[in-house]
Design a binder for this molecule. Structure first.
Ligand SMILES: Cc1cc2nc3c(=O)[nH]c(=O)nc-3n(C[C@H](O)[C@H](O)[C@H](O)COP(=O)(O)OP(=O)(O)OC[C@H]3O[C@@H](n4cnc5c(N)ncnc54)[C@H](O)[C@@H]3O)c2cc1C
Length: 519
């Protein structure tokens, strides 16, 4: 879409197409506001496709005495499980306890009791050594005293963002990817009255008017709005993950454990057909304009953790399917270690510009509401009222087509909302097949390629679907099939396809290949 063809007057312009921006965008359209969202790269390209994919209360926040943050997160978790079936689902965790290692069973039991009290339901259970070994046979046995089970939830983070954006667009909003805000326009009183936009590829530029700008640019937020607090700035903290084939880490639930190196909490859990292992927490020294990746040291750290808890597996980086890294927006005075930094969000206001950053994926709705409350003086009266429309398009319970399992059907609804029916109506039965090693069905690829604003192959393979992280070498062996499937619904020439494939594989090797690399 040409920037010159878009409308020139908006109630609200949201900058940033991660979960924070997508949440504000969705909340705005629910309130009937005329909303535009712009993202400089692809939707969810930033941290919001690179998280640990947990919708969680955050047990560790309890340890730090952050009861309010835990309560808020647990409440949001329960709400998301209820409102977004097929996208957010409960995940059982197991946590083994070892002799002489912290935390002990007593401390953990207290933490989990509080966790349950906050969510209002009893989910945790303690198992003695023998009973625990029965339910979790892979974990190291030396010094094992027993273990806990409890529940949290998991999500496909990029699809959460896309679901919010898609639903908001179907309620009247407009979202543009590959469109950067290059500056703000202010009137003679210094009030924000417009934004300067640039298509990052065609370089086409435009200026649109707006009553309000929400800066939801995560770790980039100070580029548009320097921190008003002299001693508090964004501290980019990187976290990296590895994904393994399910056969190599045969677990059915999440296993949480503590790093033998520094005692940080780590985890492994089934995700989208693979096993996700995470995470690190270190200061990110790389340029924010460049895509982050897991360094050799981080890969070694993750392997040491996983091989200590599952000693029989002897995993190496060559066993991993992929790696990915994200940079956490944390507002900090820089006085504590990375893993002790607060995950709470901040709101800064400056005459028609509201910045919302920090926080968590889990609490995106809270961030959205807080940002709009801070902007109330700039909103038309309809923007002040509580929204009635649900955030996600509710599952209508329509009949599952032959050839599809109920679980996959619900999964598609969770990810695509009403568009799932369009996808299924257009798909021949042979395209309902699940791609081995993933939970993606073939029909998702041409659907996303045709309707979800794809500009590059990595948009399709890493964010619309996640098979680029789940198949060996980014799905290299499947690229001809994907080209044949998506080619007819896309306008790419043969030469463009060749270039996209070459660029995608180069990018994958540089940023998602788990072997090699210095920071
Ligand atoms: C390793 C890791 C693990 C995590 N795990 C979890 C978890 O399990 N659960 C959880 O709840 N939270 C988790 N988080 C936190 C969560 O991922 C982040 O809080 C959240 O994704 C931040 O979203 P955001 O939209 O604010 O930022 P982002 O997702 O980074 O989005 C900001 C966007 O703004 C765009 N942008 C920047 N400047 C401009 C501009 N000038 N014009 C247009 N666009 C621009 C960027 O390209 C980017 O896409 C994790 C974070 C990390 C790093």
């Amino acid at each position: 879409m040409s920037l010159r063809s878009i409308e020139s007057d908006w109630d609200i312009v949201v900058v940033g197409g991660g979960v924070t921006g997508a949440g504000v965008f969705r909340e705005s359209t629910r309130r009937g506001l005329k909303a535009l969202l712009v993202e400089q790269k692809d939707f969810a390209w930033g941290t919001s496709s690179r998280s640990s994919k947990l919708v969680h209360g955050g047990l560790r926040y309890l340890k730090e005495g952050k009861f309010a943050l835990t309560r808020e997160s647990v409440r949001e978790r329960e709400r998301l499980i209820r409102e977004a079936p097929g996208l957010v689902k409960r995940l059982e965790f197991r946590l083994p306890i070892y002799k002489g290692l912290k935390p002990g069973a007593w401390t953990m039991g207290i933490g989990l009791t509080i966790y349950d009290l906050i969510s209002g339901k009893r989910s945790y259970r303690y198992y003695g050594r023998r009973a625990y070994m029965k339910i979790e046979s892979l974990v190291a046995r030396q010094g094992l005293k027993g273990g806990f089970s409890f529940t949290d939830a998991q999500v496909d983070d990029a699809r959460l963002v896309l679901s919010l954006i898609g639903t908001a667009e179907r309620s009247g909003g407009l979202a543009l990817n590959y469109t950067r805000v290059t500056g703000l326009e202010r009137d003679f009183r210094g009030e924000v009255c417009g934004v300067f936009l640039e298509d990052t590829e065609s370089k086409e530029a435009a200026c649109v008017k707006t009553r309000l700008v929400i800066n939801a640019t995560g770790v980039w937020a100070e580029g548009l709005h320097p921190s008003p607090e002299k001693n508090k700035h964004l501290r980019p903290l990187r976290g990296s993950h590895l994904i393994f084939p399910k056969e190599l880490i045969p677990i059915e639930t999440a296993v949480s454990f503590f790093s033998p190196k520094d005692g940080r909490q780590q985890f492994a859990f089934p995700w989208e057909g693979g096993i996700l292992v995470g995470t690190t927490d270190i200061d990110h020294q790389g340029a924010l304009s460049e895509e982050p990746f897991a360094s050799e040291e981080e890969v070694a750290y993750l392997l040491e953790g996983i091989n200590t808890i599952f000693p029989s597996l002897r995993l190496t980086s060559a066993d991993a399917l992929s790696s990915f890294a994200g940079v956490r927006p944390v507002v900090s005075e820089g006085k504590v270690s990375a893993d002790r930094e607060s995950r709470e969000h901040v709101i800064w206001t400056d005459r028609g510009l509201v910045t919302v950053t920090g926080g968590k994926l889990t609490t995106f709705r809270v961030l959205a509401r807080d940002a709009l409350s801070a902007a109330r003086d700039y909103l038309p009266s309809k923007g002040l009222s509580e929204a009635i429309e649900p955030i996600f398009e509710p599952w209508t319970g329509e009949a599952t087509p032959p050839g599809l399992s109920f679980e996959t059907h619900q999964r598609l609804w969770g990810r695509y909302g009403r568009q799932a029916s369009v996808m299924l109506a257009n798909a021949p039965e042979k395209h309902l097949r699940v791609i081995a090693g993933t939970q993606t069905i073939l029909a998702e690829l041409p659907h996303a390629a045709a309707r979800e604003k794809i500009r590059h192959l990595d948009d399709l393979l890493l964010r619309r679907v996640r098979i680029g992280l789940l198949l060996p070498e980014g799905g290299k062996a499947h690229l001809d099939e994907i080209r044949a499937l998506c080619g007819p619904v896309m306008s790419w020439s043969d030469a463009q396809w060749d270039k996209e494939i070459e660029d995608y594989l180069r990018m994958w090797r540089a940023h998602h290949c788990p072997q090699r690399r210095q920071d």
